[in-house]
Write a protein that binds this ligand. Structure first.
Ligand code: ADP
Length: 606
């Protein structure tokens, strides 16, 4: 989902088309719309504080001139300036406070909306996008945006106001001096812009080389075992060294270019100031000769201060540009995620008034979107009748878990159809059918909240219901041994549960849904005998009266199943009852025999 840069350094979307920046900037501004009220308040505060900045140099000049006349005038002028500054401080803190507040509100809203969009994406989305990257969008990208839509925006207006206001006052003070200044500015800025482009190119080249070196290092480090076993250290060191040398070469170019840039810009700017100073000095000199011409030293002082103020505002504006570009990048990434429609919707659809647990696969083919070159399910037909226990068995990687994921509609098949209760899965309301199907996986995930909340994760339940579910799942007893009972926190700041305990809580969590279909993934790793027995008992109890699809690893499970389906390489190799399949003398028999003799995954405790 990431946008990328093309060869010219432009940002492009997945199809390589340049991204419309203007539209994004507008959208960025729109994000702040609900805060328009307080933002306009902040705007007024900003007018006040900028106004102070704009008039202050005028008064500095007046102080200089007053000092040449008498003490009273000097005192009064300084006092006025003090009051002006006090008003300015008030406006300034109001501005900063309100703008930041507005930003916080915008970003809080954005985060919530963004998370809503993320959590609804289809499961395949999470196969291809790393968790860290998605979380970055939520945390750092939104933070960058917060600054952009408020603080940076306010600074932009502030500096623009300062520049315009200062220029106007300069013009009023002395038009010809202002004219001289304005004449030299384009020369300086044009040079800076041109040179800046060149610098950017050099910098990109440098960063590209640096990235190359990073890739080289990563490759060697991540395959350290191969490097070590072939004594490839020297080779790795040489490869990395050569990359670093290349990046150093670009880096040294960059250093020289940057140095030259700093020096040249400095010289040009001070040259411009010097020119103004000289011309202003000439005007002051003329004033001493004839008081009707030229300007007073105070006016020259004000003028110089304005010049500095304008220059500073320009410099800060250009640094803002970088911030805005960064924010634009962040906003592109955020909007991309924001606008993404999940390929498998998790809401809307039909609800069956009666659902008996009938499941049917008709010629289902499926490939994981994250591994498009490897088909995983290659034409499966199967029927699970209401109340049946169907065991899926077969070599690891054959596609058993994938079939279970397809029943939950974590993914949609590439072709063929899956139906529940006779109706196509894609037309059913996922929220509804996921309530009717409960899953207990091998290594269940519990959340870092109380045991109670974990059991009632799937629906609101009363305490009595929670206890009942726990009793059914053989969990009540051990939960009671905890000091805080059902309120005991699970995980980091709570108790560490054993594998068997976790499973029994997971079974309670499934039972409280009173599901029509139970999806089970039997544990392959052995629990201790006591736990094993309790878990098995809970599972047996949970299976009663339900349609069960179980990824089976235990002989007792397959023996008791109504139907055993052997899944191998994405196809059904054999199906029938345990005894029927044993009689066939095929894959199943070999599987059972091998696993029993190897004492492997299929545990004989039946
Ligand atoms: P089984 O449950 O029979 O061991 P799975 O259904 O887990 O088999 O896996 C079938 C194939 O699909 C394997 O090759 C596995 O690597 C692949 N696979 C499983 N999950 C994913 C996924 N989320 N993304 C891509 N490939 C997957």
């Amino acid at each position: 989902i990431l946008h990328r840069l093309n060869d010219d350094g432009e940002e492009v979307d997945a199809d390589g088309k340049p991204i419309k920046k203007k539209a994004n900037i507008l959208r960025l501004i729109k994000l702040a719309k609900p805060e328009a009220g307080i933002i306009s308040l902040a705007f007024f505060a900003m007018l006040g504080s900028s106004g102070v900045q704009i008039v202050a140099p005028l008064f500095f000049g007046k102080v200089v001139d007053a000092a040449q006349r008498n003490m009273d005038e000097l005192n009064n002028t300084v006092l006025i300036l003090l009051f002006i500054y006090m008003g300015g401080a008030l406006c300034s803190s109001a501005r900063s406070w309100i703008f930041t507040l507005a930003g916080q509100r915008v970003v809080a809203r954005l985060r919530k909306d963004l998370f809503k969009s993320v959590i609804k994406q289809e499961v395949a989305f999470f196969d291809t996008n790393r968790t860290g990257e998605i979380c970055n969008r939520l945390s750092s990208d939104t933070q960058v945006l917060q600054n952009a839509v408020t603080v940076n925006m306010s600074m932009l207006f502030r500096y623009l106001l300062q520049i315009i206001g200062s220029l106007v006052l300069m013009f009023v003070l002395n038009p010809s001096l202002t004219g001289v200044l304005i004449a030299v500015v384009p020369i300086v800025s044009l040079g800076a812009v041109q040179y800046g482009r060149y610098l950017k190119k050099v910098r990109k080249e440098f960063q590209d080389r640096l990235a190359d070196a990073g890739t080289t290092a990563e490759e060697s480090i991540s395959s350290i075992r191969t490097v070590r076993s072939f004594s490839g250290e020297t080779k790795a060191i040489k490869a990395y060294g050569s990359d670093v040398d290349k990046s150093y070469k670009e880096g040294s170019k960059l250093a020289a270019a940057q140095g030259l840039f700093d020096g040249t810009i400095g010289l040009l700017s001070y040259g411009a100031v010097l020119l103004v100073l000289w011309y202003g000095g000439k005007l002051v000199y003329e004033n001493t000769q004839d008081s009707n011409t030229g300007i007073s030293p105070g006016v020259l002082t004000s003028f110089l201060l304005y010049t500095l103020q304008v220059a500073l505002a320009f410099a800060l504006l250009s640094s803002l540009y970088g911030d805005f570009m960064q924010a634009l990048g962040a906003s592109l990434r955020i909007f991309e995620l924001f606008d993404r429609k999940p390929l498998v919707s998790s809401e809307n659809g039909d609800i069956l008034p009666m659902f008996d647990g009938h499941v049917e696969f008709k010629n289902v083919h499926f490939t994981y979107p994250s591994r498009p070159e490897t088909p995983v399910i290659k034409g499966i037909n199967l029927t699970v009748s209401p109340g049946q226990v169907v065991a899926l068995v077969g070599p690891s990687g054959g596609g058993k878990s994938t079939i279970v994921s397809l029943i939950e509609r974590f993914y949609d098949p590439d072709s063929g159809s899956i139906s529940l209760g006779g109706q196509d899965l894609t037309s059913l309301d996922p929220q509804w059918f996921r309530q009717k199907i409960a899953m207990v996986s091998q290594e269940p995930t519990l959340f870092a909240c109380s045991i109670k909340e974990n059991i009632a994760y799937g629906r609101n339940a009363t305490d009595a219901e929670i206890v009942e579910a726990a009793k059914q799942a053989n969990a009540h007893e051990f939960i009671q041994t905890f000091e805080s009972g059902y309120d005991t926190l699970v995980g980091e700041r709570g108790v560490r549960l054993s594998g068997g305990q976790k499973q029994r809580i997971a079974i309670s969590r499934a039972l409280i849904m009173d599901p029509v279909i139970l999806l089970l993934d039997e544990a392959t790793s052995a629990l201790d005998a006591e736990s094993e027995h309790l878990v098995q008992e809970a599972i047996d109890r949970a299976m009663k009266g339900r349609t069960v699809i179980v990824i089976a690893h235990r002989l007792s499970t397959v023996r008791n199943a109504n139907k055993v389906i052997v899944i191998d390489k994405g196809l059904i190799a054999e199906q029938g009852s345990h005894d029927e399949l044993l009689a066939v003398n095929g894959v199943y028999k070999r599987l059972v025999l091998r696993q029993l003799t190897a004492g492997g995954m299929m545990v004989n405790n039946g």
